[in-house]
Design a protein around this ligand. Structure first.
Ligand SMILES: C[S@@+](CC[C@H](N)C(=O)[O-])C[C@H]1O[C@@H](n2cnc3c(N)ncnc32)[C@H](O)[C@@H]1O
Length: 290
């Protein structure tokens, strides 16, 4: 059942001035007559090719593996997720109130599940229905017994189904660079959608995985919409990824699994990488303000 808090955030994908007209358990209707289905309580805001699961690369990926990218077994990813949650905690402290947050490309909800202490409303969006269904379940378990700020929707970062100025914070972690690596215009369109749905003074939190030589291009991409850069940080995780590829042939051995899932080990490598400089980072993080 779609709750009333979400209805105040929604607008038709592609036409952010076309607001919600009506909804029931099965569909959502906008003033421009566009209608989208709701499946198991999850609105599906996909159009055209994106709507067809068989053409959705990510949907197939999630159907074929329980945890693509094996985030929970890889300590560098666990640290990155914690880092993103810390950034949101900081924004929450500075704003002095609970936030309306969009976790864009939220995958299975590893970051989303950590953000509820800072959220008045917390929307997780991904293009893959299977990912969203799992994220919803995960977050509902985490929040059980407390007030539930979570809403999950399927949609595309290129056509966000939200009003202009709906959110205090948009988290887009490992998103805008990798989604359209070979298409700068699409990446810029994703950034402009984020810009659009943020309130004035709203904050975007980006992280992405890329070669350090491309870090300046990543900053440029964020600033392709008129954001003010607040902070640029490196996650100093390159030694960890190097270690992972070094042991690739042995990855099924339990001692290798234990090593790579050991957060203390990943933190140690991070300290060494920090001494070596930005080139020893594979992830960059950008915090910017509208
Ligand atoms: C690399 S994962 C990152 C997941 C998570 N944000 C994190 O930081 O661990 C990228 C996610 O973006 C989703 N995605 C890919 N293209 C998308 C699009 N056009 N719109 C929304 N989500 C998309 C994928 O399904 C996937 O779950």
């Amino acid at each position: 059942m779609l709750e009333s808090r979400l209805t105040t955030l929604l607008a038709s994908p592609d036409e952010s001035n076309s607001l919600l007209k009506s909804f029931d358990n099965e569909s959502i209707n906008f003033e421009n007559a566009k209608t989208f289905p709701i499946i198991q309580g999850i609105p599906i805001f996909l159009e055209g090719n994106d709507r067809n699961a068989s053409t959705n690369f990510y949907e197939q990926f999630y159907q074929s593996q329980a945890e693509p990218w094996a985030y929970s077994e890889r300590a560098a990813e666990v640290l990155r997720h914690e880092y993103v949650a810390e950034q949101v905690a900081q924004i929450y402290k500075e704003k002095g109130k609970k936030l309306i947050i969009l976790d864009l490309g939220c995958s299975l909800g590893h970051i989303t599940e950590k953000l509820h202490p800072y959220s008045e409303v917390l929307v997780g969006l991904d293009i893959a229905y299977t990912a969203i269904a799992t994220a919803k379940k995960r977050c509902e378990e985490v929040i059980r017994g407390k007030e539930n700020p979570y809403f999950f929707v399927v949609g595309s970062c290129l056509n966000l189904p939200f009003r202009e100025g709906a959110f205090d914070v948009v988290v887009a972690s490992d998103g805008i660079w990798g989604w359209f690596e070979n298409d700068a215009e699409m990446s810029k369109k994703a950034v402009s959608e984020i810009y659009k749905v943020l309130k004035n003074n709203g904050i975007v939190v980006h992280t992405d995985y890329l070669h350090p030589n491309n870090f300046p291009k990543f900053v440029e991409l964020t600033l392709s919409s008129p954001f003010q850069l607040i902070k640029e940080e490196f996650l100093y995780d390159r030694l960890w990824y190097r270690t992972e590829s070094l042991f690739k042939a042995l990855k099924s051995q339990s001692w290798v699994k234990n090593l790579l899932s050991n957060v203390g080990f990943a933190k140690g490598l991070k300290q060494i990488a920090k001494l070596l400089g930005a080139k020893y980072s594979k992830h960059i993080s950008i915090i910017a303000k509208k």
